[in-house]
Design a protein around this ligand. Structure first.
Ligand code: ZN
Length: 343
């Protein structure tokens, strides 16, 4: 099969021929139609996240099952599928409690700790393929359908993690990024008042189209002050921070009102300071939100199948152009998501 291979951190992709994967017991092989190109995997390519090489990256796929291994009864050849990103055990207390991103025996992630979707075929444990609903026209929009599993489902999960209710004010920091723009869509879908916060003026129009009622230009700082002005000094109900630098987290915490919730996703992982007095006096919550459960992916697929929300994929290029696509991702120049077309 044809594959785009990374041989080390911060090196270009190499187009290679590799043996087709063969499904062992409990495994399945999918023919990959499209695969999303997000910042998570660019972090690995750029060496900011440690993985072992050589590696075929990518996990946001639309594909069709080409082979099932011995003992697999949940899938059959021809099934349309996407992937579940985490390689979880399925039997620890966290997996059994439907909190599987917290798996105590995690084997890592698809396309980072095992080979992924930048290839004509990919092999995974059968439980890591999720069947697409029949009402979803994956052949017409494979790139968009493929990114639901992360780019749209992760923001969907934040709605429940942060207990976002209709009429609340939600500020999204890093709103112009691949996850941020989908968070705007999902917050709007939840009938919140949505404020986009970003430093990149080129992304503001896309933020408005995705559902932002207001846009805060963070390029001059003063993020908390601007959010306070927009809420007449009350503060926002929820800040979802996809940048999660020390500065953005501290600004987000300062912008919270009574019963405010600050959610961190990804970012630098650096410490930050908040006011314990504000947390107490205003009963505020600090929350982390990590990927999604399979159930949350199924729910997000259904929302798209019903036509209520649709992922934004603005760059769809052939597999061979992976390097050019990743340069766009690295420079933050993609509106929404980029994806590679493989079949
Ligand atoms: Zn587990």
């Amino acid at each position: 099969m044809k594959a785009m291979l990374l041989k080390g951190p911060n090196t270009p992709f190499e187009l290679v021929q590799r043996p087709d994967p063969v499904a062992g017991p409990g495994e399945a092989v999918a023919r990959v139609i499209t695969c999303g190109s997000g910042l998570t995997i660019q972090h690995a390519k750029a060496g900011r996240r440690k993985i072992s090489f050589p590696r075929i990256i990518g996990h946001e796929i639309t594909g069709e099952i080409a082979e099932v291994g011995p003992g697999v009864t949940s899938l059959k050849v021809g099934d349309a599928v996407t992937t579940y990103f985490y390689l979880n055990c399925g039997h620890c207390r966290w997996c059994l409690a439907n909190l599987e991103p917290l798996c105590a025996n995690s084997g890592g992630q698809v396309g980072l700790e095992c080979d992924g979707g930048y290839a004509e075929y990919m092999k995974l444990p059968a439980q890591n393929f999720i069947k697409l609903p029949e009402t979803l026209d994956y052949q017409a929009h494979p790139a968009e359908i493929g990114v639901i599993t992360d780019a749209l489902a992760t923001p969907y999960k934040v709605l429940s993690r942060a207990r976002i209710k209709a009429g609340e004010t939600v500020a999204v920091i890093g709103a112009g990024g691949g996850l941020g723009i989908h968070q705007l869509m999902m917050a709007k879908w939840a009938r919140a008042r949505v404020i986009a916060v970003d430093t990149r003026a080129a992304k503001f129009e896309a933020c408005r189209k995705a559902g932002a009622d207001e846009v805060v230009d963070a390029s001059g700082g003063r993020v908390a002050e601007q959010l306070m002005e927009l809420t007449k000094g009350e503060g926002v109900d929820v800040v979802v921070d996809y940048v999660s630098s020390t500065a953005t987290l501290e600004a987000g915490a300062k912008a919270l009102g009574r019963r405010g919730r600050l959610v961190t996703l990804g970012g630098s992982g650096k410490p930050f300071q908040v006011s314990a007095a504000d947390m107490l006096n205003k009963e505020q919550d600090l929350l982390g939100s990590r990927y999604v459960t399979r159930r949350e992916i199924l729910e997000t697929l259904d929302i798209v199948a019903r036509g209520e929300v649709f992922p934004l994929v603005s760059e769809i290029r052939p597999l061979e152009q992976a390097e050019a696509v990743h340069q766009l991702v690295e420079r933050g120049e993609v509106i929404g998501r980029a994806a590679l077309r493989i079949a």
